[in-house]
Design a protein around this ligand. Structure first.
Ligand code: GLY
Ligand code: MN
Ligand code: MN
Length: 443
């Protein structure tokens, strides 16, 4: 009974409000990263709990640290050391990975809640690490485990770098934790190449972020009317995706009406919505650390004008052109080159419609077409390779004509499945002008 109570207490204390993939998924990533270092060690630090004006949404883990550990508490460290063969002065040692947790700071825990301490008997099963140690042991473990000339892969390599690892690495260098001649290598390109391809668990979380976000957008469609403020629409969007499990917006929500619809990263969201305006909503939630990124543009009064509809249809045509041009393993996301989806969308815009001076519209498409989506809304990833299975990215053409107070962007999140098929994760939300008007009219 006592034992049962103990487990119940532990479970309650460390139950995940947010979802987390099985420990094995994070372990697989650590092994893949270790293989990419070709015999190097990996040393990374978690984010630190910080107060202040930028901590509006509270603590959020560093993306790379989270990707490798699934660990959402502050102040931890990750060390991976490759296997080493037997040498005259040392025995053989297997591949080793250690999660270092800080000792309890009970004063801080009064403010921000209980944390898992390294002394906890369940620390290994909770975190999925065979070895969990107190952070104070990191220096001595480095001294013991790092063979001379083992490159250390981390995210602070040049004097310009700044990351969650900066202060700790500098301290460890001063404390002679690394053998003489240790070289520091950049772990970020290796992590980027892994993060380019989402596993099934990641895809599931992105799907949930996308579903909550499209439901929120639909709620906004049904509520927008002239006389409302952009702020109220932003509040509604945030309430609706939070209600569906998102912990925060995936980025600063953009609700721009009239002229504001032409401002790409408008985030004041404090203007009035007037009759005849278009309202551009680039707004989506983050679900269990994973982003989505959705834009729809709707008429404030529920009916597009002829000119708004004309521009809207060109943007939609450009999105369709990119979707149709897609070929798994061949298409690229960027550049004005033959296989680029950007080129397919740009060419469509530049050959359809005219501005008020009779000029082509290409010059009003002033941003890129696509970026990866994952732990970050503009996710790390390799942009030099063709897109294929496992990749998640946006297709988001837009036309912005400030003189006409017309800004239209349509943005959806896409996934390439194992068969190389392009799946629109946000395509259940109305996209055609008729469907948008119909969704707005249906209460
Ligand atoms: N929401 C930012 C973007 O679309 O890239
Ligand atoms: Mn985007
Ligand atoms: Mn967006």
């Amino acid at each position: 009974m006592k034992k049962l109570l103990f487990f119940v207490l532990v479970f309650v204390q460390f139950a995940w409000c947010m979802e987390r993939q099985p420990n094995a998924d994070y372990h697989v990533r650590r092994e893949k990263l270790a293989a990419k270092t070709k015999g190097g060690a990996v040393l990374l630090f978690a984010a630190i709990e910080a107060d202040g004006p930028n901590a509006v949404y509270g603590f959020r883990q560093d993306n790379n640290f989270y990707y490798l550990t699934g660990w959402r508490q502050p102040g931890a460290a990750l060390l991976i050391v490759p296997a080493s063969p037997e040498k005259p002065d040392s025995p053989a040692r297997p591949y080793t990975e250690i999660l270092f947790l800080p000792n309890h700071n009970y004063v801080q825990e009064k403010w921000t809640g209980p944390k898992l301490g390294p002394e906890d008997a369940n620390a290994r099963s909770i975190t999925g690490f065979d070895k969990v140690e107190v952070l104070d042991n990191l220096r001595i473990e480095l001294v013991n485990l790092l063979a001379s000339r083992t490159p250390v892969f981390t995210d602070i390599v040049t004097p310009d770098d700044s990351s969650t690892s900066t202060e700790a690495i500098e301290w460890l260098k001063r404390a002679n934790a690394f053998p003489l001649g240790t070289s520091f290598q950049d772990v970020r390109p290796l992590l980027s190449s892994l993060r380019t391809f989402k596993d099934d668990g990641e895809l599931e979380l992105i799907r949930k972020a996308a579903d909550a976000s499209t439901a929120a957008q639909l709620a906004a469609f049904k509520n927008i009317k002239p006389g409302m403020g952009e702020q109220e629409v932003s509040a509604l969007l945030q309430y609706e995706w939070s209600k569906r499990g998102c912990e925060r917006p995936a980025y600063a929500p953009i609700v721009g009406s009239g002229f504001n619809s032409t401002v790409l990263h408008y985030s004041d969201d404090d203007g009035p919505i007037k009759d005849g305006d278009l309202v551009l909503m680039d707004a989506a939630g983050e679900y269990s650390m994973y982003a989505s990124d959705v834009t729809r543009t709707v008429p404030a009064n529920g009916k597009f004008t002829a000119r708004q509809r004309e521009i809207y249809e060109i943007v939609l045509g450009a999105q369709e052109a990119a979707i149709h041009a897609f070929q798994s393993g061949k298409s690229t996301l960027r550049g004005n080159v033959p296989d680029s989806l950007y080129k397919a969308a740009f060419d469509y815009i530049n050959t359809h419609g005219k501005d008020s001076h009779g000029q082509p519209l290409g010059k009003y498409f002033i941003h890129g077409l696509s970026h990866y989506v994952g732990l970050a809304v503009h996710d790390d990833g390799d942009y030099n390779i063709p897109v294929g299975p496992g990749m998640v990215f946006t297709i988001e053409p837009g036309i912005y004509i400030p003189d006409e107070k017309i800004g239209v962007r349509i943005e959806d999140d896409f996934y390439v499945n194992r068969d190389g098929k392009l799946i629109n994760l946000t395509g259940n939300l109305a996209r055609t002008p008729d469907d948008v008007e119909h969704a707005m009219a249906t209460k």
